[in-house]
Ligand binder design. Sequence first.
Ligand SMILES: [Zn+2]
Length: 414
Amino acid sequence: MESPAKILLKNANVLIDGLPELQQSSDVLVADERIVAVSRTPVSCDDAKILDIGGRTLMPGLIDAHAHITGLSLTPRNASYPPAEIAVAAGDYMRSSLMDGFTTIREAGGADHSIARLLAERKIVGPRLFYSGRALTQTGGGADFRTPDEVDDPCGQPGPLSIMSVIADGVSEVRKAAREELRRGASQLKVFVSGGVVFPSEAHPTIYEYSLDELRAIVEEAQSRGTYVMAHAYTDESVRRCLLAGVRSIEHANFVSEETVAMMADSRVYLDLTFISLVQRIESAPATGLPEGIVENLKKTVGKGRQVYQWAKSYGVPLALGTDLWGFEARKSQLGELEMRIGLDSPADIIRSATRINAELLNQQGKLGAIAPDAYADLLIVDGDPLSDLTVVTNPQQHLKLVMKGGIVYKNDL
Ligand SMILES: [Zn+2]
């Protein structure tokens, strides 16, 4: 896994955002963790290790803007699993994700500082991690996973039940919960602003969650640390509240109106539709026993999402790309989010969502999601041209030859 300080990648066709075609026969020089040169004329560097790419494609590593690495099954309660099993599953998730070509993930509830530390110390292997810590949810909200019989907050307790969300109500409680996650190093805050469409909850679905004052307080706390809020929001009303409160990243939004999509464009928020999470649950329903009623809901939700995607394209809402998959089996569908968008978008735009747009969303423009001087050397080498055939990216067994993150080679089948 160790790599020399300088690597010269020769004879690569480079995927550079904004160019209609791959930039042919180029050299890319990596020094330590960054790219230092991308050139069409041959680069020479005496002390670099040389890798001949042989005319294959060199592209930025993918970013998943909505992952949950600590989930073991559909229910985020994780109630029946010991912490050790959760930790092992999270490690597997991270490694497999990197080997599929994701060099960065934004975790949307679950991962915490301890996983980030293990990753930084390279005791585990995985993508760069932008974590939310525990998601904030109100009493009876989308991430309050109690049954009607339960009074205690299983989410707020230490231990395996606590790792996805925390229940907080009222301006002072949400401020404290937000400050606590930020104190523990959260990269951004995650908040539930409407109910979910998947969780087997017995609660009535909500039209919106959290008052505007509560939401504004959460956004203010995030901004005080130079970061932002990502919000789980399916309904029109909940998304409009997010826009008023200053939320930056709208997750799901399948049930919004065209008018709201136009408002999203004006507010320059990012939309993260996460189709694969719904589709994977529909496809695995015979095995998981997901009730027929929920499966029907999911199908309707996917259809609505396709319409919202098209509106977002026409109004110019920046389209992020996230997966929202729960559990190790589900993770295997992570690249499926790119496949889900074939027919809705061009390969170039789908890849742009998973690279440059996601990097902007994470406030990492120029550092991630790009093959350019000064960007982190997070890159993939694939066989074929992903701009004409997206399966070059979505079928890693066949096409993915090399994975590099921060100048370190994690996979090399060249
Ligand atoms: Zn999620």
